[in-house]
Design a protein around this ligand. Structure first.
Ligand SMILES: [Zn+2]
Length: 330
């Protein structure tokens, strides 16, 4: 039976097989006429079975609920197209991430552009080839286009006791949205805040400084009065301010680590990523699955972009390879 984390709000844990995130937390908010499901899991049978089983236990039938997709990642949006096929289902998402989810279904051309961008940052052809078949967005994204209802900062969705105000909190993705119930002091955080792991902050072509953008989103959450934060993965968060402070400190350490790795030399994001410490303990960089390498390079790049904004590093592009060098004395 899904855990009731607050009156009328249930956490539904969906398995993410062979994925270091292990589980996705979807949440069902009970309403009077309709319910709201926040995030869906991957478009794969294990998620579909777990979600159907949980909804059945709660007495909720497909078509009895609307969807809120916090952000574009396939573990949050994968089943949205299938669930939206039931008549009357409204699928809410931020404009940018909703459009991006639909672009993900464009197939090879869309992905080719993304992969080419990673080649520019030092990812080799073999890694890019592996990604074409292993990237979770390619394997487990939605089965078709979704007719999203766009939501924006300040919109309010009401389901039962819950008055959910939409918050625009970009950084983890360009159009990431959260929901805040001011009356009950509950935040549905998506992947903005996770309890016991650090959200991946990737580089996005649409965001020149995704880490700086993310840190501003944490500031926005700090201004809220929150008793319970419901994250997209792992444990619930009861002291949100403590957690946002930990996340900020983590990225400060990461920025210092990247500067230490550069140590007077010029390097690509892929070279920096290889030397950063990652939580996949006991596994060497060469043994990382291709998607983890992609996320690592993208995260290194987000930190390098932040350092460039701070004036600590400069970019140098030669022969279609972007590299970074410290600007201070070596
Ligand atoms: Zn995510």
């Amino acid at each position: 039976m899904p855990e009731e984390v607050a009156p009328g709000i249930y956490r539904i844990e969906l398995p993410l097989p062979q994925n270091p995130l292990k589980l996705l937390n979807a949440y069902l908010v009970r309403g009077e006429r309709r319910n709201l499901l926040v995030d869906t899991g991957f478009n794969r049978q294990e998620c579909r079975d777990a979600l159907c089983g949980a909804l059945k236990n709660l007495g909720v039938r497909p078509g009895d609920f609307d969807l809120f997709i916090t952000h574009l990642h396939a573990d949050h949006s994968g089943l949205a197209a299938d669930l939206a096929a039931f008549p009357g289902t409204v699928v809410y998402a931020g404009k940018d991430d909703g459009a991006a989810v639909n672009r993900l279904t464009d197939g090879p051309l869309f992905w080719r552009a993304l992969l080419n961008d990673m080649a520019r940052h030092g990812c080799d052809a073999e890694l890019l080839r592996e990604l074409e078949t292993s990237h979770p967005g390619i394997r487990f994204g939605p089965s078709g286009k979704i007719n999203f209802t766009d939501v924006d900062e300040g919109d309010v969705l009401t389901y039962g006791e819950s008055e959910l105000r939409v918050l625009f909190v970009p950084g983890h993705t360009p159009g990431h949205m959260a929901l805040y119930d001011a009356k009950r002091r509950i935040l549905f955080a998506g992947d903005l805040i996770l309890g016991d792991i650090t959200p991946n902050i990737p580089r996005w072509r649409e965001m020149p400084d995704s880490l700086g953008t993310y840190l501003k989103s944490l500031d926005k959450v700090d201004a809220l009065d929150t008793a319970l934060t419901l994250p997209g993965h792992r444990n619930l968060v009861f002291d949100t301010r403590k957690r946002t402070d930990e996340l900020r400190a983590h990225h400060e350490r990461r920025l210092a680590e990247v500067m230490g790795i550069l140590d007077g030399r010029t390097a690509s994001a892929a070279e920096v990523a290889r030397e950063m410490t990652w939580s996949m303990r006991g596994i060497k960089w060469t043994e990382f699955p291709a998607p983890q390498k992609w996320f690592a390079v993208s995260e290194a790049l987000a930190h390098l972009d932040r350092l460039a904004v701070l004036g600590s590093v400069a970019r140098e592009e030669t022969n279609a390879l972007m590299r970074f060098r410290p600007t201070g004395p070596s």
